[in-house]
Write a protein that binds this ligand. Structure first.
Ligand code: 1QQ
Length: 391
């Protein structure tokens, strides 16, 4: 059965209504700490107390391909911020092991025990629909740095994202693929069991309709599937110009490998989940020609990008990816929100995260509106000779 993402959003909205009263009463006011508001403005802001920032990432299991990079990117940024200014951040990072139960426990720990000022993460949209409801009812600002499904900022006014929505990534990658490949009829293969990939399916069909591209094969599978022969047989019979794929790397790797093994040469087009060197490395030659819509490219000449890449590579002995870049940017956005009123209390961070205007980041100019939604330019890349190349 296809998972309806609108139901996740509707559940979250219902939970929000149920808890709306206690948010304004208990949430923020109860946790206001005068030692977290400092003196001086902007770059001169100095805060006596250490500012605790929580993060929940998938450091193990299926989404570790992204979570481990996020952890490194976030830590690098806070290390830089600690070295540069008079606000001292302590980052408390929890592993949600790519499951909802651990993600929820991690949010609860950070909110109640560690009493953090804000939380970054979780890695997957599939966890965000539950955990963000908790953050919202506790009055703790949460900033997604990779949660791209529809309906996430709408969970509540404490919920923000600095992660390019998948709708925007696909609205860039599909037309770019059409222009490059002249595609007219395609197969759509999607994971119907994950919130992010199911949400992306809605966007894919909308964008294909807008572009006048015909869907001749429309097949689903589930996140942990390993045999895609039934779906791929249909793709072979249809002789399509391209395959639009909505999947996490765990399914993408066997699916694309099996497609190439069967002799399917049609180019494959996707969004944010494909912007990963782990995925490209695991696919090897089968990654050639993959078209990827995403939030960041190593080749972008955005402010600080070259410095970020070299600092990251030096510190971690591997090159960063989009997930590292977004987490790094998330740390700087939280710092901007703290500096706006020189106040690291939850309520001040919440008020100021929703007013980020064209911050000059390594992702390019980035804004977050009052509704928690991000605005930034997408970037479309193609894998050529094993490397991401801007299309
Ligand atoms: C989401 C995503 C994933 C690709 C993050 C790793 O975009 O779950 O929303």
């Amino acid at each position: 059965m296809r998972l309806k993402t609108s139901s996740g959003a509707a559940l979250a909205a219902a939970a929000l209504l149920a808890t709306a009263a206690c948010v304004s009463d208990s949430g923020a006011d109860a946790s206001t700490d005068s030692a977290l508001s400092g003196s001086g403005a902007g770059e001169e802001c100095a805060i006596d107390e250490t500012v605790k920032i929580g993060a929940v990432f998938s450091l193990t299991e299926a989404a570790a391909f992204a979570g481990t990079y996020q952890q490194e990117g976030l830590q690098l940024a806070f290390d830089e911020l600690n070295a540069a200014g008079d606000i001292k951040y302590e980052v408390i990072i929890e592993d949600d092991k790519t499951n909802v139960e651990d993600s929820t426990k991690a949010f609860e720990k950070l909110i109640d025990r560690d009493e953090v000022s804000a939380i970054v993460g979780p890695t997957l949209s599939g966890m965000a629909f539950s955990t963000y409801t908790d953050a919202q009812s506790a009055g703790v600002p949460a900033l997604g740095v990779s949660t791209t499904a529809e309906g996430i900022p709408e969970i509540g006014d404490y919920i923000f994202r600095a992660s390019l929505p998948e709708e925007r990534a696909l609205a860039a990658s599909i037309p770019a693929a059409k222009e490059t490949l002249g595609m007219q009829k395609v197969a759509v293969l999607s994971d119907s069991a994950d919130e992010f990939t199911a949400s992306a399916y809605n966007t894919i069909t909308d964008v294909l309709n807008d572009e006048g591209i015909e869907i001749v094969v429309d097949e689903t599978f589930e996140t942990t599937d390993t045999d895609f022969s039934a779906q791929l047989t249909k793709v072979m019979e249809a002789d399509v110009d391209a395959v639009i794929l909505s999947a996490l790397p765990g399914a993408t790797v066997p699916l694309v490998t099996q497609a190439r093994g069967l002799g399917i040469e049609a180019p494959i087009v996707g969004g944010n989940a494909f912007n990963s060197p782990v995925l490209v490395g695991a696919l090897g030659d089968a990654a050639e020609g993959l078209i990827v819509g995403g939030a960041w490219s190593a080749a972008s000449e955005t402010t600080g990008n070259a410095e970020f890449i070299s600092a990251y590579t030096e510190k971690y002995d591997r090159a960063p990816d989009q997930f590292a870049a977004q987490a790094y940017t998330g740390a700087y956005l939280i710092d901007q929100a703290v500096r706006a009123d020189c106040d690291a209390n939850r309520e001040a961070i919440k008020d100021n995260l929703g007013q980020i205007l064209e911050y000059d980041s390594i992702l390019g100019p980035i804004s977050i509106d009052e509704g928690g939604e991000v605005t930034q330019e997408p970037v479309v890349q193609i894998i050529r000779d094993g490397a991401f190349t801007v299309l």
